[in-house]
Design a protein around this ligand. Structure first.
Ligand SMILES: Cc1ncc(COP(=O)(O)O)c(C=O)c1O
Length: 482
């Protein structure tokens, strides 16, 4: 175990700031001099820390000193052989992970409820998806995890697959049978790569689910900026070097990593790793208590369900991250999108997302009892003020899709503009999703069904923030030309 009180990158950055070097390099704001509005918004310490690479601060593209030391500490914290600091969001980590594991034409097995970054990675590298369709929990209108049986079936159907891509946990906190799946897939000769965008806090409290690295996965993408507490866009790619070489991954990461990596982001990773390793357990204890109390109180409100493991079919749910507070609101006659808007417009509360059935509040090390009480009170007030007949929404959209072309084939094929209401039976040439969560309702190359069209119409009516299409008004969809 390394000394996690150390912060090599932070120390080097402080030393640099204290040395008052005269800057004739980029960034051109030169610590904010001359731009008063910039100075007003960002404290001096932030502007002074916003520097570019130099010998004393190492270079992210080929780290050999303080960044490498900080990466080694992060790798140790996450039980992996190596780590890569990532500054272009977990999108970049997911893409580098997939592109490191598979080549053009290779098949990768993955659950259909992946984030769009995984499908975009296949457009970039030309790999072909073989989807597993995770269990669909109709009551909550969401897909959850995959079972070991589902994985076995997929491997049987696609024996040529080189890698399997997993999600740990899903956006709503659902955990698949990770240990057994990793062991089985590796025995079958597959590389196991895992999107842990929402599991950055897992290693730091014994009552939280285990990470993919703890079970020997080959790679994982970890969004430290989401639930770890580092600055937005800072992330990490973790690697076990048994089957994939560090230098190969470094080359791939550098295809898309900025050559002007932000020291604000990187230093926040260094400080966050120290914080999580030295104070994470105590803080997460408090977070778990807050989330458990909130869940109990919300479940006592008529019409609301703050779900947890017991509410899901064990086929797709092997564990649960209690710090994700998802609440099904259809029992009060509203959609999640509507409640998401009410919370923001009437109670000044921003939750992570709202979908057709649910809202999701993320609990993390920055939360307080006072704010949690405000959220619970607002939900209680909404339930009283707006309660109507329960909504009975029947959508099974992710299960209904089928792949006609690989994402890359579809991306480059000739397309034509079709009214969404008339698009059932055609093959989509583009993405349709709401963000968050950024899980495609349709991806390029997928067959459009009546059910998907109806689902998109519902999201439009509810003013969900639909993206992915060329048409901002979401009337037309580019389909593959027949
Ligand atoms: C499961 C999952 N993977 C990857 C990402 C991409 O992360 P980022 O927004 O940091 O690029 C997200 C973002 O929401 C996500 O939910």
């Amino acid at each position: 175990m390394l000394d996690h009180n150390k912060t090599p990158l932070y120390d080097a950055l402080r030393k640099h700031i204290e040395s008052r070097v005269i800057p004739f390099d980029v960034p051109g704001h030169k610590q904010g001099h001359g731009n008063e509005e910039l100075q007003k918004l960002f404290p001096k310490s932030v502007l002074e820390a916003d520097v570019n690479s130099m010998k004393s601060l190492d270079f992210l593209g080929n780290p050999i000193s303080v960044i490498k030391e900080a990466e080694d500490l992060l790798a140790d914290a996450y039980l992996s052989d190596e780590s890569f600091f990532i500054v272009n969001g977990t999108t970049q980590a997911v893409q580098a992970m997939l592109m490191s594991a598979v080549n053009e034409g290779d098949t990768v097995i993955l659950p259909r409820n992946v984030h769009k970054s995984a499908i975009n990675a296949m457009i970039l590298c030309g790999a072909k998806p073989h989807y597993m369709y995770p269990h669909f929990e109709a009551k909550f209108g969401m897909t959850i995890g995959v079972s070991l049986e589902e994985v076995k079936k997929a491997i049987e159907e696609a024996p040529e697959a080189k890698a399997i891509f997993l999600i740990n946990p899903t956006y709503y906190g659902v955990i698949s049978e990770l240990k057994a799946i990793i062991e089985y897939a590796q025995c079958q000769g597959l590389l196991v790569i895992v999107d842990e965008a929402h599991g950055a806090h897992f290693p730091f409290h014994k009552e939280l689910p285990k990470t993919a690295m703890a079970y020997g996965a080959d790679m994982a993408a970890v969004s430290l900026h989401k639930t770890g507490g580092s600055l937005t866009q800072s992330s990490a790619l973790l690697l076990n070097t048994r089957k994939i070489e560090r230098d190969h991954v470094k080359t791939i990461v550098n295809l898309t990593q900025s050559t002007s990596a932000s020291y604000l982001l990187m230093t926040s990773l260094d400080l966050t790793r120290k914080f999580l390793m030295t104070q994470g357990e105590k803080n997460l204890e408090m977070v778990l208590e807050l989330a458990r109390n909130a869940r109990d109180k919300i479940n006592a409100i008529d019409g609301l369900i703050a779900f947890s493991a017991k509410d899901f079919n064990p086929e797709g749910c092997y564990g649960f991250d209690e710090t994700k507070l998802g609440v099904c609101v259809t029992g009060i006659g509203l959609t999640g999108i509507h409640v998401y808007d009410l919370l923001r417009d009437e109670y000044n509360i921003q939750v992570e997302m709202g979908d057709s059935h649910n809202i999701l509040a993320i609990f993390s090390v920055g939360d307080t009892e006072k704010r949690v009480n405000q959220l619970v009170s607002a939900l209680s007030a909404i339930a009283q003020k707006y309660k109507r007949e329960p909504l009975d929404l029947k959508f099974n959209s992710f299960n209904a899709t089928a792949v006609a072309y690989s994402p890359r084939e579809a991306f480059y094929k000739e397309k034509e503009r079709i009214l969404i209401t008339e698009s059932a039976g055609r093959v989509s040439g583009e993405f349709v999703m709401i963000y968050p969560p950024g899980i495609p309702i349709l991806a390029p190359g997928e067959l459009i069904t009546e059910e998907i069209c109806a689902y998109i119409e519902l999201l439009k009516r509810e003013k969900g923030s639909i993206s992915g299409l060329k048409d901002n008004n979401v009337e037309y969809l580019y389909c593959i030309k027949e």
